[in-house]
Design a protein around this ligand. Structure first.
Ligand SMILES: Nc1ncnc2c1ncn2[C@@H]1O[C@H](COP(=O)(O)OP(=O)(O)O)[C@@H](O)[C@H]1O
Ligand code: SF4
Ligand SMILES: [Mg+2]
Length: 308
């Protein structure tokens, strides 16, 4: 049984204009479908990465997984004890007026995971586990660098003794060299603590370092899902190919990447058929009218027909 299963999960946001404008201008309510019928299974101990351009629904999936949003449709099953989330911006997610001790101790206290008199020891242990020192407990978030602050976020997440961590762009705000340190830390913690990660990033180089499996998202859908090595060596969906073509440099040397050609369509008016068809070099008439089903973890008519 997988640790986590999403079954046809969708999430709509109401982006209607205020009531009065709608009445005066006879506008209907408008819903934006941020996540569209996503199926996903996450196995214990693995790192499942979700990639895709900005706005494709990655953060919404992460928030659905940890329960910050409820699905509009579909089902989410979690067969573990607890989950925690790590966010991109560690400063925004750490209360600036609290000492590190209180930030890290909060989940322990809320969940009642330790006796009162052992909480300080537990906080010290956690800080050491993430590469900080026990003395750092007395300091405030602003006294730390970005990378150190992300270590504090990780310590806080671990304090809740999760089985699953949903990590939303956890290194995207950091310098390349610091990114590598945080990724190494996360890999080491995963091994030591048998953690399962859902790892979200727009950066394929980062994903190639950590992922066991990769799901590629486009306009709220997962268009291809495959073991990482396979996906990087033999991408099959035209969008995955386009994404990989735009990354000449998977070694994270920090060289600028070429942007992916073409524009992501307006999510309020997604194209009919395959949502990728306006950008796809293999699109034909069927693609313009029929939504491709997910077959062997790929949603593409051309792949199904053996055209590509
Ligand atoms: N709270 C919200 N209200 C309205 N629209 C939202 C909200 N959150 C996300 N969206 C929209 O949903 C889509 C997916 O957003 P998001 O999940 O943040 O994508 P990503 O993390 O891949 O950049 C985007 O079009 C975004 O504008
Ligand atoms: S279904 Fe058609 S338009 Fe969509 S990715 Fe496949 S070939 Fe391209
Ligand atoms: Mg996001």
């Amino acid at each position: 049984m997988p640790l986590l299963r999403l079954e046809a999960v969708s999430r709509d946001f109401d982006v209607s204009r205020p009531w009065l404008n709608r009445v005066l201008e006879r506008e209907p309510r408008r819903a934006l479908r941020a996540v569209d019928r996503v199926d996903l299974e996450v196995e214990r101990g693995e790192t499942l990465a979700l990639v895709g351009e900005s706005g494709c629904g990655k953060s919404t999936v992460a928030r659905l997984i940890v329960g910050l949003y409820a699905p509009t449709e579909g089902r989410i099953e979690f067969h573990g004890r607890r989950m925690q989330m790590i966010f991109q911006d560690p400063y925004a997610s750490l209360n600036p007026r609290w000492r590190v001790r209180d930030i890290v101790a909060e989940p322990i206290e809320v969940l009642g995971l330790q006796e009162k008199n052992s909480i300080n020891n537990r906080v010290s242990d956690l800080l050491v586990q993430v590469g900080l020192s026990a003395d750092d407990a007395e300091r405030y978030p602003h006294e730390f660098s970005g990378g150190q602050r992300q270590r504090i976020s990780i310590a806080r997440a671990l304090a809740g003794e999760p089985d699953l961590l949903a990590c939303d762009e956890p290194t995207s705000a950091l310098d390349v060299s610091v990114q590598a340190q945080i990724l190494n830390l996360m890999t080491e913690l995963q091994r030591r603590l048998s953690l399962t990660y859902v790892f979200i990033s727009h950066n394929l180089a980062v994903v190639s370092q950590v992922a066991d499996r990769v799901g590629v998202m486009y306009l709220g859908r997962i268009v291809e899902l495959a073991p990482a090595a396979q996906l990087f060596a033999r991408p099959r969906h035209p969008y995955t190919r386009l994404l990989l073509d735009a990354v000449p440099d998977l070694q994270m040397s920090g060289k600028p990447r070429t942007p992916v050609a073409g524009e992501v369509p307006n999510p309020l008016e997604p194209p009919p058929g395959c949502v990728f068809h306006p950008r796809c070099p293999h699109a034909n008439q069927r693609c313009r009218v029929e939504r491709p089903a997910v077959i062997d973890s790929i949603a593409c008519h051309a792949v199904e027909e053996g055209r590509i």
